[in-house]
Design a protein around this ligand. Structure first.
Ligand SMILES: CSCC[C@H](NC(N)=O)C(=O)O
Ligand SMILES: [Mn+2]
Length: 409
């Protein structure tokens, strides 16, 4: 039913927006690149025969009316923003597959009981500010006004960034969906891991989404001369940071299910011949079980305290964001299972180590996800890749899943 070639062409065209000479895509929220991406996707949505609008959080939405326009809407989509130097599938595949699904329905005169809305959520990745999922948090009504004071590396707040793109942050709460107005949320996404590739399957059904915490570590010591300061007299925050990052790896490995990463580290003042005054880094810690993740965090925090006391440096930690693990709903999983069987693909269930907007929507509606195989499991990199065939299979499974959810009462 769906047109795999059209989906692929749109994916490749959108992938050029924000592409850097490195071949990676950088499309941060509330930037000119993201605006260009939204304008391009809005044009696809209009080609698909959708009513296109943006809500007050900047979420781009294309609506296909239902036989009963007052029935709760079936939401399908993902995000268009990226990490720094990312790939062209993480996010865009889910949005463009959603457009492909409703365009195919319109082209075949398919009318569903429920309206369907394709959504491109604002800032899922959290690459620009200290937390992510701004658009889906706003839609769920959980984004507090004070969160908009959070600033990026250039000191620009979310509120200012919104104003720069023509949005009024004071109106953001209007993006919240009233309880009972969303029947379900379904997202197609690349797996970003290698489980499907190991299983030799193009698609999988997501059982649950891992819960994460992002914690900023600030370690303050004493800036001194690298050559004239004996090792025994130093209060070196970099050496402490190195020891703590090694502890993070040790503690995360211990459970076999937890993952701990430090991908961002800043050194002040940053001179080759200067023992640093301050070192800052952010821990990304995740597990499918909150209690396991939190126990690992407690162990890391306790050992970090001991290390910094022994080294006579000052440790401050700041929790930037926290998301509880979320289980996908039976109603969506079963619809996806029927879709796989209908299309001749063995249903295969797997968890998501990556976080997704469905985590934010889970309190207001049933959520579910379908994964498409990632080549070598690579994501958040220019090497991120899925084949045209696998993307088409994913979109086909999404079509039959959304169709079932939008038909029933
Ligand atoms: C704001 S949390 C970051 C979300 C991001 N999601 C994906 N799919 O890469 C991640 O899992 O890193
Ligand atoms: Mn991502």
């Amino acid at each position: 039913m769906i047109q795999g070639e059209r989906l692929w062409q749109r994916l490749m065209e959108l992938g050029e927006v924000g592409k850097k000479p490195s071949g990676g895509v950088t499309r941060l929220s509330f930037t000119a690149e993201e605006r260009r991406a939204k304008d391009l996707v809005a044009s696809y949505m209009r080609e698909a025969g959708l009513f296109v609008y943006e809500d007050t959080a900047g979420n781009l939405i294309g609506r296909k009316e239902g036989a009963n326009p007052d029935a709760p809407v079936v939401l399908v989509g993902s995000h268009l923003d990226s990490v720094y130097n990312g790939g062209c599938f993480d996010g865009p595949l889910g949005v463009l597959a959603g457009v492909e699904v409703v365009q195919t329905m319109n082209e075949h005169g398919v009318v569903t009981h429920h309206p369907i809305e394709v959504v491109a959520f604002t800032d899922e990745e959290g690459a620009r500010f200290r937390f992510g999922m701004i658009g889906s948090r706003a839609m769920a009504g959980t984004l507090l006004p004070e969160a908009l004071e959070c600033r990026d590396a250039n000191g620009i707040s979310i509120a200012e960034a919104m104003r720069q793109t023509g949005l009024d942050p004071d109106r953001l709460p209007q993006a919240a969906r009233k309880p009972g107005t969303v029947k379900a949320y379904v997202e197609l996404h690349i797996e970003q891991g290698r489980v499907l590739e190991e299983a030799g399957l193009p698609v999988g059904i997501v059982t649950g989404i891992a819960g994460l915490i992002w914690v900023k570590f600030i370690i303050e010591g004493k800036a001194e001369h690298a050559g004239a300061t004996p090792m025994s007299l130093r209060r070196d925050p970099m050496a402490a940071a190195a020891q703590i990052i090694t502890v993070i790896e040790e503690e995360a490995r211990r459970t076999g299910t937890t993952v701990g990463t430090v991908g961002q580290l800043h050194v002040y003042p940053g001179g080759i011949n200067v023992i640093p005054e301050r070192v800052e880094f952010v821990l990304d810690l995740r597990d499918l079980k909150a209690e396991v993740r939190d126990q690992v965090w407690n162990d890391i925090a306790s050992r970090a305290e001991t290390i910094t006391k022994e080294r006579n440096v000052r440790l401050t930690t700041e929790r930037l964001q926290e998301m509880a693990p979320v289980l996908c709903s039976e109603v969506v999983k079963q619809a996806a299972e029927r879709a796989c069987k209908q299309l001749g693909y063995p249903p295969f269930w797997l968890p998501s180590g990556a976080a997704h907007d469905g985590v934010q929507l889970a309190p207001i509606c049933p959520i579910g996800m379908i994964f498409v195989r990632s080549q070598d499991g690579v994501s958040h990199s220019p090497a991120e890749w899925s084949t045209k065939e696998d993307c088409a299979v994913g979109a086909e499974v999404l079509y039959h899943t959304v169709w079932q959810l939008a038909q029933g009462e």
